[in-house]
Design a protein around this ligand. Structure first.
Ligand SMILES: [Zn+2]
Length: 317
């Protein structure tokens, strides 16, 4: 229940409490998890607040709605998780079909889209239409680990609730943090923690360091520095995501904010931060993210990677 978060997430807690008090709900919320490891539980507490006739309060332990929500069979709550590297358009059209029917229980419907940064261009457009003309009584809750990866038009339509993730990330290694950010559930996370993925992370650091030193010349070494480690689309999608996180941390260092994820690689962070302007770093994040969005529809991975390097060189003056 929401009360569980009173002390650990005081700001988010208060925001939702006030919303409840005023009975003024937005059509769409975006929960920025910041890597908080109980973000899923927070999201479910929020869904109960919206759907339970007692707002999922402390005294409501066993109402029909709450029990059905806990069992995962409450018809007016749909939860969408990424299917692999992406949230697919079909997952969202299915949701919209189901939600176009009248509520069976209560007068509200809620859908949760976890890891909304994994919306691709097609699925983002689908959800955008839903967010632009929200049907009566439907509330959207999107969650994201990386708000910078969502298109602005989605972010601007949501009320943002930012969770404090620092405390839980602080004592983890960069590798573990990356695992938490790119996997979709605890099981996937446990499977992620193997040496081959650690090697991939090291390869990403080497790739970026080489690029930052030799720029376009890396095009002659793409096999050694990239394709020996990353071959299929899903793996490349994750690797590009990790590079985006890396540049975000370099940007953090540059603007005197905390390095959130790549604290095990401070030497590289400082070096790259020194040779880039703030504007350069922001451009790089945008360029990599734009190209990553084309990945799903792009058959030639060699060309795509070359294009990223060329765009980075041309876009960053
Ligand atoms: Zn209840």
């Amino acid at each position: 229940m929401l009360e569980d978060f009173k002390l650990i997430q005081p700001i988010a807690y208060k925001t939702l409490k006030n919303t409840l008090k005023k009975q003024h709900f937005a059509h769409a919320y975006l929960i920025e998890t910041n890597g908080y490891d109980l973000a899923d539980r927070f999201t479910m507490a929020f869904a109960k607040l919206l759907l339970c006739p007692h707002n999922g309060q402390a005294d409501c332990q066993s109402c029909l709605q709450c029990r059905m929500i806990d069992d995962g069979n409450f018809p007016e709550l749909k939860i969408i998780n990424p299917d692999g590297s992406w949230i697919k358009k079909e997952q969202l059209t299915e949701l919209q079909d189901e939600f176009s029917k009248k509520s069976i229980i209560g007068n509200k419907k809620v859908y949760i889209i976890n890891k909304a940064e994994k919306l691709n261009i097609n699925s983002a457009n689908t959800i955008l239409k839903f967010l632009e003309e929200p049907p009566e009584g439907i509330v959207a809750i999107l969650t994201t680990d990386n708000i910078y990866q969502l298109i602005d038009t989605i972010v601007s339509r949501c009320q943002i609730i930012s969770l404090n993730g620092q405390a839980d990330l602080d004592n983890k290694s960069t590798f573990e943090k990356i695992g938490q950010l790119i996997t979709n559930n605890d099981n996937d996370y446990q499977n992620y923690l193997v040496d081959s993925n650690k090697d991939k992370l090291e390869a990403i650091l080497k790739f970026v360091s080489f690029y930052e030193t030799y720029h376009k010349k890396i095009l002659l070494h793409m096999q050694d520095y990239w394709f020996n480690y990353f071959t299929d689309k899903e793996v490349i999608a994750d690797a590009l995501l990790i590079i985006i996180y890396l540049y975000k941390d370099i940007l953090n260092w540059k603007i005197n904010c905390d390095v959130l994820i790549f604290n095990d690689y401070m030497e590289q962070i400082e070096k790259i931060a020194t040779s880039n302007s703030v504007e350069n770093l922001i451009n790089k994040i945008v360029i990599i993210n734009e190209n990553r969005n084309f990945l799903e529809n792009n058959a030639n991975l060699n060309l795509l990677m070359d294009k990223i390097i060329i765009d980075l060189e041309e876009g960053v003056k």
